[in-house]
Ligand binder design. Structure first.
Ligand code: SAH
Length: 370
């Protein structure tokens, strides 16, 4: 009577995949774990601690990335949003949210601070704020570029037209993060108002990829009404998109949303999914997210041990941090950028890894270009 944890996971992640020493030559031979739906359901619904899964994920990440952890400086530059996603604390309908916008100069200051601290990727994230039209956004992007020619500029500002994505790319943005949130059409409609659609979200992601960005997607774990089947669809969609970056985190509740009485997602399920993602997408850049650090004090360390290889500390000015409140109890809202950087250095080290300051382009993307 075998427990799930005792069953071999699959022939596709055997010793030969993970036990050889790292080298440029055999990097190319790391096979993707390609589980069946039944296998996925077994893994996702088992109640054990997934020690074997996480160990395999860590072995794969070490073979490709060693003990490197890439850092990205997150600049949350506006919490105005025209959308009304039911789970999100900065949704348009939340009139208790204290709204702010950063000016171009403020954003450039964040980048300058970040550069001095070793950051070579800046992530501009925000609500869907129409104040930042194409002209303003392109000016911000090219200004960052002229000050930091050796940095990656990542955008995470939601759904736009193909033309707008192209304009941002031409202004020299390199990467775009847009979580699909859920790949199940019915589930999508339970998390979003009727004017938003999974179809458009997917269209955006394929446009972003075709234009030439490094593309990131992902989903929340344990969002209201999510089932195992939803999660399987999430993984299948990601296989179809083949993203360079995959961000996941537990759903966390917010008092001023329609989901205020819903439960938080689970730490264990999120970690299990991080491990699965590493095995299914060996070359992906996978952050150990702020939401993971919020649900458990050592959540980000556990995320790294389960296969994540990126951390994204906050570079936003301290006085606006509390206002970018996607969910309650968000961590690191009090510290200065330098403090966050120092704190993370220690945390990453204690987990057994090492922060590097490389630009950290996606190996998946590089392979696509050759
Ligand atoms: N407007 C941008 C950025 C959204 S915020 C966009 O649409 O892409 C970044 C991510 O935070 C979202 O994609 C979502 O997955 C996550 N998020 C939002 N509300 C959350 C909540 N209550 N709990 C956990 N994660 C949440």
């Amino acid at each position: 009577n075998m427990r799930n944890s005792d069953k071999p996971l699959s022939n596709s992640i055997t010793e030969t995949n993970v036990s050889e020493p790292p080298s440029k030559k055999n990097d190319a031979f790391i096979k993707k774990f390609e589980p069946s739906d039944t296998e996925l359901k077994d893994i996702l619904e088992s109640s054990d601690s997934d020690t074997e899964l996480k160990a395999k994920a860590d072995a794969v990440r070490r073979r490709i990335f060693g003990d490197k952890v890439y850092i990205r400086g997150l600049i949350e530059f506006t919490n105005y949003c025209k959308n009304d996603c039911f789970y999100c604390g900065i949704r348009h309908g939340n009139n208790k949210s204290h709204r702010y916008r950063l000016s171009k100069e403020q954003i450039l200051d964040c980048c300058r601070d970040g550069y001095g601290l070793g950051f070579r990727t800046f992530v501009l994230q925000g609500g869907e704020d129409e104040y930042y039209n194409d002209e303003i956004m392109c000016d911000i992007i090219s200004s960052i570029r002229s000050e930091s020619p050796d940095c990656a500029i990542t955008l995470s500002i939601g759904e736009k037209s193909r033309e707008t994505y192209k304009a941002f790319f031409d202004a020299s943005a390199n990467r775009y993060l847009l979580r699909h949130e859920t790949a199940d059409y019915d589930h999508y409609s339970k998390l979003h108002p009727r004017n938003m659609s999974l179809e458009n979200r997917k269209r955006c992601l394929f446009d972003i990829k075709e234009i030439g960005y490094q593309v990131g997607s992902g989903f929340m774990v344990g969002s209201p009404f999510q089932t195992t089947e939803c999660l399987i669809e999430d993984l299948r969609f990601l296989q179809q998109l083949d993203p360079d970056m995959i961000g996941i985190g537990p759903y966390l509740t917010h008092r001023d949303t329609p989901f205020k009485n819903q439960k938080n997602g689970s730490l264990d399920l999120t970690l299990k999914l991080v491990a699965l993602l590493r095995l299914m997408f060996p070359y992906a850049l996978i952050p150990s997210t702020t939401a993971l650090g919020t649900i458990a004090p050592n959540g980000r360390e556990l995320g790294l041990k389960a296969g994540a290889n990126v951390v994204m500390p906050n570079l936003s000015p301290t006085d606006v941090r509390k206002d970018y409140e996607l969910y309650e109890n968000k961590i690191c809202t009090g510290e200065e950028a330098a403090q966050c950087r120092g704190c993370l250095e220690q945390r990453v080290k204690s987990a057994g890894y090492r922060i590097v300051t490389d630009i950290g382009d996606s190996p998946n993307f590089k392979n696509r270009r050759i």
